[in-house]
Write a protein that binds this ligand. Structure first.
Ligand code: 5AD
Ligand code: SF4
Length: 476
């Protein structure tokens, strides 16, 4: 489990035949968060119209695209290592175009072309509509770049091509960008200003997924609770809205309610919630609808108010605890997971202990834990000192991971001897005779296949055992 939590996610090769008529081949690999994965599906859709199908074979690709992540230095190093593997392929096929998309493209801009001579194309997260033009520019061996950020782009009208999926679970992105300006974070610089997508296009996409047999939708946004749509525009400047616009605005709780009602037999999940923006109204909507999964990913980053202040997190330890108490009161069976950064600038031993004690208070189901990695251009980089030695960061990280493992095991045990509704998502990696799926609280369950079950079925599973990461059960 430790390995899974602290290692950067490896690239995921995304394959799906886009159109039988298409003859050109692209190799598309996505790094980083779910949002990046969702963006890759938009890229596949745009390039499908340009005659491209995806391939999992590097050797037959006309175009290699890496959709990259900048969140920690290690994520960037992984991409650079991957790029160096393409040298030999490019030597064999000089017409091959290699493109870098996403957050690293946005952060490094033209510098990428100088530093990595292999790269022909650099495209930021808001410029994917320009890909067809940019690709034309590379026809005669020139480089092409577009890293303009937009205040409006939501790709609302583009139908994503669902990649590498099981035909059952899908992501639908509803906001882009982030205005929070946490001092450690590169995302506001790589993904730009926050903007919300037209609710009609969101509902349309959800209904299409339902018609195509999908059974679970995860609504995505870097800061999903600040979703706000009003008066026909995604602009964030709500203070300038007219009275009518204010009266008819749609917030996240209302949107969630609309999606849950429009797709009653589909499971709805959402991510990511930031504590300062999450409202009680969302909790009431969760409690009201059986089809909204009882799971909230609620990053905390640190359990210490002074560290939270240095991180510019806009909430205290006490406010976070108040929110957790509200969740327990309004949605009692809700699972909660976290993101925690250890060893942030100036973190004392006492502040670290406060993180451990908060974890014990919340009894998190699960968590993603990271050692602080200084990112160029952020406020922490400019104004604070990355002064916690690597050994201390790593020791504190281990303590946090060990504690989380204990807490996860405790939480998993509470699911034993109970029947849970599980969506069958696929064959278990460990055994062909077993399915895997998730319960509403997002815990993975493995159970023996029966003759009459298939991927996409909802089944009732009696859980009779567990590890800290997986539940084990039987269909009843
Ligand atoms: N160093 C380490 N972890 C980071 N995260 C964001 N920026 C950094 C950084 N500079 C973590 C946060 C965030 C998650 C997506 O990644 O915990 O919630
Ligand atoms: Fe990585 Fe953040 Fe960009 Fe996602 S938004 S790809 S986590 S840097």
């Amino acid at each position: 489990m430790e390995k899974e939590i602290i290692e950067e996610r490896q690239g995921e090769i995304l394959v799906q035949e886009c159109s039988t008529k298409n003859t050109k081949k692209m190799f598309l690999e996505s790094y980083g968060c779910q949002m990046n994965f969702s963006d890759s599906e938009i890229v596949a859709s745009i390039l499908s119209n340009e005659g491209y199908n995806t391939t999992s074979l590097l050797e037959e690709a006309d175009l290699i695209l890496l959709n990259t992540c900048s969140i920690r230095d290690k994520a960037e190093q992984t991409v650079r290592k991957r790029l160096s593997q393409f040298n030999a392929i490019k030597r064999k096929n000089p017409n091959l175009v290699i493109g870098v998309l996403g957050c690293m493209a946005e952060r490094l801009k033209a510098k990428f072309l100088e530093e990595e001579h292999l790269v022909d194309l650099v495209v930021g997260p808001d410029a994917y509509r320009d890909l067809p033009n940019l690709l034309k520019n590379t026809d005669d061996g020139r480089n092409a770049i577009n890293v303009l950020l937009s205040k409006e782009e939501t790709y609302a009208d583009i139908s994503p091509i669902r990649l590498g999926g099981n035909g059952v679970t899908a992501f639908v992105s509803i906001t882009r960008g982030c205005d929070n300006m946490c001092t450690f974070c590169v995302v506001p610089f790589t993904r730009g200003r926050e903007r919300s997508r037209d609710p009609h296009s969101i509902l349309k996409e959800c209904k299409e997924l339902r018609e195509n047999g999908y059974k679970e939708i995860t609504l995505l946004g870097q800061n999903i609770d600040s979703y706000l749509w009003y008066g026909g525009g995604p602009k964030k400047d709500f203070s300038k809205a007219s009275e009518l616009q204010k009266a008819t605005a749609i917030n996240f709780a209302q949107l969630l309610n609309m999606v849950a009602e429009a797709c009653p037999e589909i499971r709805i999940r959402f991510s990511t919630s930031n504590p300062q923006d999450m409202h009680e109204e969302v909790l009431h909507v969760m409690a009201k609808h059986n089809n909204i999964c009882k799971y909230i990913h609620l990053p905390v980053q640190s359990g210490s108010t002074s560290v939270l202040q240095r991180m510019n997190r806009q909430h205290t330890r006490e406010e976070y605890i108040y929110l957790v108490d509200k969740i327990r009161e309004i949605v009692p069976d809700c699972a909660i997971s976290h993101d925690i950064i250890t060893g942030f600038c100036g973190e004392t031993e006492e502040e670290h202990q406060e993180t451990l004690s908060l974890m014990k208070y919340v009894k998190y189901d699960f968590g993603y834990m990271f050692a602080y990695s200084e990112r160029p251009g952020t406020v922490a980089h400019k104004k604070m000192e990355d002064d916690i030695p690597a050994e201390i960061k790593s020791r504190r990280l281990k303590e946090i991971i060990n504690l989380q493992q204990e807490l996860s095991l405790e939480r998993m045990k509470t699911y034993i001897n109970k029947v849970h509704e599980v969506l069958v998502e696929g064959t278990s990696k460990k055994s062909k005779e077993q399915w895997y799926g998730r319960i509403s609280q997002n815990a993975v369950v493995v159970f023996t296949k029966t003759d009459n079950t298939k991927v996409g079925d909802f089944v009732n599973v009696l859980v009779n055992g567990c590890t800290s990461a997986t539940l084990i059960g039987e269909i009843i």
